[in-house]
Ligand binder design. Structure first.
Ligand code: GLN
Length: 557
């Protein structure tokens, strides 16, 4: 394909939050990639935290971790799942980070003599961060999603920066505005007024959207399209309907049907002939929508009331379900509610148990009970990060008999600190961005279940933790039947050679795996993660076995 200058697409939101700007951006990226345009997506978040790493999941959902160890907004997870292209620190910038760089420059004396102001210094830094991703001309298209809603006080500098970029780069820039078109049941009508107002707010700030995507629960008639077009100064074919989808992976196809990609390419003056190649995407959707079996998997965690807190795990399970043509029902179980008395009943309808990542003491005993139930009853089990640490604690207590074994995160004075703080972490004072973050290599043990699942022995996975397996206890664990099946060979802070335990398994169990890393971050539609695929397979086998027990084969007469 002929090389063009990088084109910039900005996606803003109006009327309400949570309309799915991330999914629309990711879907557009998928369509452009499928047409051969190299595309990446960036999110600008207007809050003052430097990154979402220190935010409670209740506030902002899951914290997504990139290969280079950036703690980012969960939308970056959607970007990777839809595009199969890794993102990095440069793909997520917050107001906090923008101000941090400007203030650092001011202290260095870079602005010596001038008053540092929102305009031009903050807006210049926003523009620099946008252009940074386009440097090197690696991408044909850069989609930048602006968090928040037009009209918010904190969005103002971003909208102003986009206005300036539109002016400076003219036909290389375009703006998509995502709004909500509510349905008033009493009037039996869809209402466009909120959209008109939100576009008016943008116009007051000097920005004219080129395309308006209308989130709606009902079809948008021709009349409504013409109305939005006329009052918002866009062509009728640039008013795009975005109805509620059965699942988020349908959205690229819906957007293609509506012509979003075609209109975008037209506006950016890029060739738009032909159709995007979505063969693989369609085949994924076909499998997803036509399951041949079903299983229920328990997800045990502290924040299960809020599904967004475990977004990547839920998506990885769904993708793994599609591979196996198996419908996955996820039973979300708050760890605090699990007790030895109710465990059997709670998990009686589950064919696998997944214990989620997490921090702090709350709900730990429930997690340990869930793990004991999975281990003793031979139910497939996957523990991720804290989930892995918990399966080590459970084994220490109930198999090795060290009743007060614990992680020093939960009990600093425990008799058996089977999980303890990493040496490098002891001197850490600031909590933001200081965990062991991002991709690290892991060598899998020959003959281990994990080596079989991955089909290779050298893997790389992403991390986010401060505590780890205490190697002093490894011989005891291995003797009693829990094996370290994945190791990271590296150097500690003091330069000593160290083999960190990255994964454990119990060989005699049908499927019992704990991983210190987060496989869920790397699962995409194109490459569903082998560990989740294997967990679903194990759950399907479990289901088949339970069915066999429930309906014994008839005796021949
Ligand atoms: N709290 C644990 C640690 O810091 C686990 C972290 C996690 O589950 N992401 O090591």
């Amino acid at each position: 394909m002929q090389k063009h200058r990088t084109k910039f697409i900005f996606v803003t939101g109006g009327v309400a939050s949570s309309l799915g700007k991330g999914i629309i951006s990711a879907s557009l990226a998928r369509l452009l990639l499928s047409r051969g345009y190299k595309t990446t997506i960036q999110k600008l978040d207007p809050y003052i935290n430097v990154d979402p790493g220190t935010l409670n999941p209740y506030e902002h959902g899951e914290c997504y971790v990139t290969e280079d160890g950036a703690e980012t907004d969960l939308d970056l997870g959607h970007y990777e799942r839809f595009t199969n292209i890794p993102t990095s620190q440069a793909n997520n910038v917050t107001t906090g980070r923008i101000y941090q760089s400007v203030i650092e420059k001011e202290r260095r004396g870079d602005y010596l003599g001038s008053t540092v102001q929102v305009i031009p210094h903050i807006t210049d830094e926003i523009k620099r961060r946008v252009r940074l991703l386009a440097e090197g001309n690696e991408f044909d298209v850069l989609i930048t999603e602006i968090g928040g809603t037009v009209g918010d006080i904190e969005s103002l500098p971003y909208i102003e920066a986009v206005r300036q970029l539109t002016w400076e780069m003219q036909e290389d820039v375009m703006v998509i505005h995502l709004t909500y078109v509510p349905y008033l049941a009493a009037a039996g009508e869809l209402k466009t007024k909120p959209t008109q107002h939100s576009v008016k707010t943008m116009l007051e700030q000097g920005l004219q959207p080129d395309i308006i995507v209308c989130r709606t629960e009902h079809p948008i008639s021709k009349g409504i399209r013409s109305k939005v077009a006329l009052f918002c100064n866009v062509r009728p074919e640039c008013v795009i309907e975005s109805r509620d989808a059965r699942n988020i992976y349908e959205v690229p196809l819906m957007m293609q049907k509506e012509g979003l990609d075609k209109q975008v390419l037209k506006i950016l003056k890029l060739p738009y002939g032909g159709r995007p190649d979505l063969t693989q995407w369609r085949s994924f959707l076909r499998k997803l929508e036509h399951p041949k079996s079903q299983v229920q998997i328990a997800l045990v965690g502290k924040y299960v009331e809020l599904k967004d807190a475990y977004k990547s795990i839920l998506e990885a399970l769904l993708q793994a379900g599609a591979v196996n043509q198996c419908k996955i029902h996820v039973k979300l179980i708050p760890s605090e509610q699990i007790t030895p008395a109710n465990a059997a009943k709670t998990f009686s309808d589950c064919q696998a148990i997944l214990v989620a990542p997490g921090f702090g003491k709350r709900g730990i005993e429930g997690k340990l009970t869930a793990i004991r139930h999975a281990r003793e009853n031979k139910i497939p089990f996957l523990g991720i990060c804290l989930g892995m640490q918990c399966c080590v604690i459970e084994f220490a207590r109930n198999v090795l008999g060290w009743k007060t074994a614990n992680s020093t995160e939960m009990d600093v004075k425990t008799s058996h600190p089977v999980i303890h703080i990493m040496e490098d972490q002891k001197k850490v004072k600031n909590l933001g961005g200081t965990m062991r973050l991002g991709a690290y290599a892991c060598r899998l043990e020959k003959g281990s279940r994990l080596a079989e699942i991955y089909g290779q022995r050298d893997i790389s996975e992403r991390h986010r933790h401060r505590y780890e397996f205490n190697n002093d206890y490894l011989p005891d664990f291995e003797k009693a039947g829990m094996k370290a099946s994945g190791l990271n060979h590296g150097l500690s802070a003091s330069g000593k050679k160290i083999s960190r335990v990255e994964a454990v398994e119990i060989p005699g169990h049908p499927f019992f795996v704990g991983v210190q890393f987060h496989p869920e971050y790397k699962s995409t539609v194109e490459n569903p993660h082998p560990l989740f695929v294997a967990l679903v397979k194990a759950a399907m086998e479990q289901a088949a076995e339970t069915n066999m027990k429930a309906t014994p084969a008839r005796k021949k007469k």
